[in-house]
Design a protein around this ligand. Structure first.
Ligand code: ZN
Length: 250
């Protein structure tokens, strides 16, 4: 199959490669990639400034913001064939550290975590990938291809959760939020943050969306508002439908 690969820390090394089918060791859920978002981390990897290849390999498959369709899933998995899904990026370290042990791997303390498309684990910018059921998130089909924004949106939700924790130690009535940066993670909150702070119930609603089971809450919000495409926009795989998405697609 085709995949966009790069030699980490080597500028100009990106190429469309022929690679082996996804390894069974990545998990029993087989996913067809529909679209990949490109963010600042990808730009850094492409420039040779960041990234780690898998052990014993020179090249890393790029791509961590994704939307795909399930081709195969085992009985009992939370997803089934045909579902739209997004893959979680980070994997906890194998030790594990105190935070990874309680599923807070965003705060991994020993740095031995891995990340799809970034650190020692192939990403999703291939025609297909495999993943374990506990690291794949089902997306509301009404969201369509816009589900590619779920991963950067989860970053925003996590950031807001932390802001709310810190601010909530004392009287907490925010009126203004400054969001900087041109990438998907910054574009995602621009229309939603203002809505959230104006209602003063933002903390409850934003906490809910951090759970995979309540993604629909977040999806409804971002689909009812004008959605500026982040620069440089999603990178489409050959099987991806054309932009703009329709409600029945893909
Ligand atoms: Zn850890």
């Amino acid at each position: 199959m085709k995949a966009l690969t790069v030699i980490p820390l080597k500028a100009g090394s990106a190429e469309l490669s022929d690679v082996d089918d996804p390894p069974e060791t990545d998990g029993p859920v087989l996913v067809e990639t529909l679209a990949i978002g490109i963010c600042g981390t990808d730009a850094e990897i492409l420039s040779g400034a960041y990234g780690w290849p898998p052990h014993g390999r020179e090249r890393l498959v790029l791509g961590h913001e994704s939307i795909g369709r399930v081709l195969e899933a085992p009985d009992g998995a939370p997803v089934k064939k045909g579902d739209l899904v997004v893959g979680i990026v980070r994997r906890p370290d194998p030790v594990p550290c105190a935070n990874c042990a309680v599923l807070e791997w965003d705060f991994c303390r020993n740095g031995q975590y891995t990340e799809r498309g970034i650190k020692q684990h192939d990403g999703y910018l291939s025609e297909r990938y495999r993943i374990t059921p506990d690291f794949v998130v089902k997306v509301n089909p009404a969201l369509g291809i816009l589900g590619v924004l779920l991963e950067p949106t989860s970053v925003v939700a996590k950031a807001w959760e932390e802001v709310d924790r810190v601010g909530g130690r004392a009287h907490w009535d925010p009126k203004t939020v400054l969001v900087t940066g041109p990438g998907p993670s910054a574009c995602s909150p621009r229309s939603s943050v203002s809505n959230a702070v104006s209602t003063s119930t933002c903390s409850t609603r934003w906490r809910r969306v951090s759970s995979p089971t309540s993604c629909a809450t977040w999806e409804r919000r971002i689909t009812r508002e004008p959605w500026p495409m982040p620069s440089p926009g999603p990178m489409w795989c050959s099987s991806a439908p054309a932009w703009p998405p329709s409600s029945s697609m893909p």
